[in-house]
Design a protein around this ligand. Structure first.
Ligand SMILES: Cc1cc2nc3c(=O)[nH]c(=O)nc-3n(C[C@H](O)[C@H](O)[C@H](O)COP(=O)(O)O)c2cc1C
Length: 154
């Protein structure tokens, strides 16, 4: 399968999970591209951001969108990217977020719900969502669960 992981990461957490996922998917015979959304200003506290590089989504059998949580929402970079997308009809999508708090309800859940509905509003079929609670002592287990869940779907 040809899989595109489109991510935004400011301090590297979301990138590291994306890289783990990429390795696992490649190890099971998939072709995986990892593409960063580039914005200006590249500052999570900016009121609004402008897309400098919006990764192309054409040609992938499966899209993974990955973002940190900023202020109880998906990053501005990710929501700006998803908002400018014209059409995701017929596209299978997986979304995940990383956030600081140890429990998903503390900000991961509302953020992933927002990301999921943004994708669905563009016509995507969201087949899986994931939340990595960075300060949870079982973080590595959460990352493995997400990776296994993705592998189980393809
Ligand atoms: C401006 C800003 C706002 C944040 N807001 C939240 C938040 O509302 N809830 C939360 O759990 N973590 C919050 N975080 C922490 C990040 O979501 C968390 O560290 C994430 O894993 C960072 O991902 P990255 O390293 O890929 O950028 C915030 C971080 C920044 C810089």
């Amino acid at each position: 399968m040809n899989i595109g992981i489109i991510y935004y990461s400011n301090t590297g957490n979301t990138l590291s999970v994306s890289e783990t996922l990429k390795k696992a998917l490649e190890a099971s015979g998939n072709q995986v591209s990892l593409e960063r959304i580039e914005v200006s200003p590249d500052n999570p506290q900016a009121e609004s951001v402008r897309l400098v590089k919006a990764p192309a989504i054409a040609g992938y059998d499966l899209l993974v969108f990955a973002s940190p949580v900023h202020g109880f929402q998906p990053s501005k970079a990710m929501s700006t990217f998803l908002n400018q997308m014209t059409d995701l009809s017929g596209r299978k999508v997986i979304c995940f977020v990383t956030h600081f708090f140890p429990f998903a309800w503390m900000s991961g859940k509302p953020s992933i719900n927002k990301m999921k509905s943004l994708c669905e509003s563009k016509g995507a079929e969201v087949i899986l969502t994931g939340i990595i609670d960075w300060k949870n002592r079982k973080r590595n287990q959460e990352i493995k669960q997400l990776t296994d869940a993705v592998l189980g779907l393809i």
